[in-house]
Ligand binder design. Structure first.
Ligand code: ZN
Length: 149
C-alpha cells in the first residue's frame, strides 16, 4: 500500500461543506460526509461570490472557473462545451461557473474584462486566465497545460 498520499480538501458542490479526502479516494466517486451526495458531479458547479471564495480558499484541487452571464451569446454557446470539459476534468480539477451578473463585485475585484473568461486557480491564487469561448477539447488542453505538477 502506498501511504504517502496526502489528504486533500474539497468543497461539496451541494452543501458547501469542506471534505477531507485521501488523494486515492478521488477515483472512487466519493460522497460528501455531511449531505452524502457525490462530491464530483462531472458538471460545473454554479457558485455565488461567497461560494467562490470558499471553494478557492479551501480546495486543494485546482479550480477552473467560467465567468459568464445569461445575456452573453458566446457564453451560452460555450456552456455545453464547458459541461463536456467538466466531465473530462473532474475530479482532477474542480469545475465551477460564476454568473458575473450575480457577482459584480467579484468580477470587478478580479478584473474580468470580457466574458466568457476562463480562469484556473491553484493554491488559492489564479495561475492562468483565458478570455473568449473555446470548444471542449481546447478547454481540456488549456487546463492541462497550466495544471501544477
Ligand atoms: Zn455536501
Amino acid at each position: 500500500m502506498n501511504t504517502t498520499a496526502t489528504p486533500l480538501h474539497t468543497v461539496c458542490p451541494h452543501c458547501g461543506t469542506t471534505n477531507r479526502l485521501a488523494a486515492d479516494a478521488l477515483a472512487a466517486a466519493p460522497d460528501c460526509g455531511r449531505c452524502h451526495r457525490p462530491l464530483f458531479t462531472g458538471a460545473p458547479t454554479a457558485l455565488d461570490e461567497a461560494g467562490f471564495h470558499k471553494t478557492i480558499a479551501r480546495s486543494d484541487l485546482p479550480v477552473l472557473v467560467d465567468f459568464w452571464a445569461p445575456w452573453c451569446g458566446p457564453c451560452r454557446a460555450m456552456a455545453p462545451q464547458y459541461e463536456a470539459a467538466a466531465r473530462e476534468l473532474e475530479p482532477r480539477v474542480r469545475v465551477v461557473k460564476v454568473d458575473t451578473e450575480q457577482a459584480p463585485a467579484l468580477s470587478a475585484a478580479l478584473n474580468i474584462r470580457s466574458i466568457p473568461t476562463l480562469a484556473l486557480f491553484a493554491g488559492g491564487r489564479e495561475i492562468a486566465r483565458q478570455p473568449g469561448a473555446m470548444g471542449a477539447a481546447d478547454i481540456v488542453r488549456w487546463v492541462r497545460t497550466h495544471l501544477p505538477a
